[in-house]
Design a binder for this molecule. Structure first.
Ligand SMILES: [Fe+2]
Ligand SMILES: [Fe+2]
Length: 175
């Protein structure tokens, strides 16, 4: 991606809290949360150009996409499961990772980086339809970019799993 993209995202990319996401698996296979966020930001940057946003809003939506999953916890950890299990019924469902991590990411991102209210809302609603309806163009672009990239990643993971199965079967036949 070009120099403009690098200039608008380099402070996020080089931040230690963001670099730590390289070690977090996301959507299975060999994909990390770092890669997911970087690819989502590239996709949002591309879409913002197609939709003709101003330079200022292209920057805003690219940075919001880069931070949309900056929630900062392991949703498969015991502590997160314990947090969810303190609730019952529908309340438990609404406290599951898929429903809450947009708000968590917006809160955490705003502690480390400066966000305007449109960026905050875009991060908070990126899980629509599991989150509230996106209400500005940045929010729709972040939602769309996330879903495009997630679909690509899940498809790649399915291919990766199939290759692993074939390799395992081939290895067992060779023995
Ligand atoms: Fe997400
Ligand atoms: Fe995401």
């Amino acid at each position: 991606m070009g120099q403009e993209f690098e200039e608008m995202t380099e402070d996020i990319l080089s931040h230690p809290k963001f670099q730590a996401l390289r070690g977090h698996c996301h959507h299975g296979g060999e994909n990390s949360l770092f890669n997911h966020l970087l690819d989502s930001a590239k996709e949002a940057y591309r879409l913002a150009g197609i939709f003709g946003l101003s330079d200022e809003r292209v920057r805003a939506v690219t940075r919001a996409a880069m931070l949309h999953d900056f929630f900062g916890y392991d949703w498969r950890s015991d502590s997160h499961k314990q947090m969810v299990h303190q609730y019952t019924g529908w309340k438990r469902v609404t406290h599951m990772h898929a429903f809450v991590h947009g708000t968590m990411a917006a809160e955490r991102a705003s502690r480390y980086f400066t966000l305007d209210y449109r960026q905050y809302a875009a991060i908070r609603t990126h899980m629509f339809p599991l989150a509230p309806l996106p209400r500005n163009s940045e929010a729709w672009i972040v939602t769309l970019a996330d879903k495009i990239v997630a679909t690509r990643e899940v498809a790649a993971t399915v291919g990766w799993q199939i290759r692993r199965w074939f390799r395992r079967d081939w290895a067992s036949m060779a023995c």
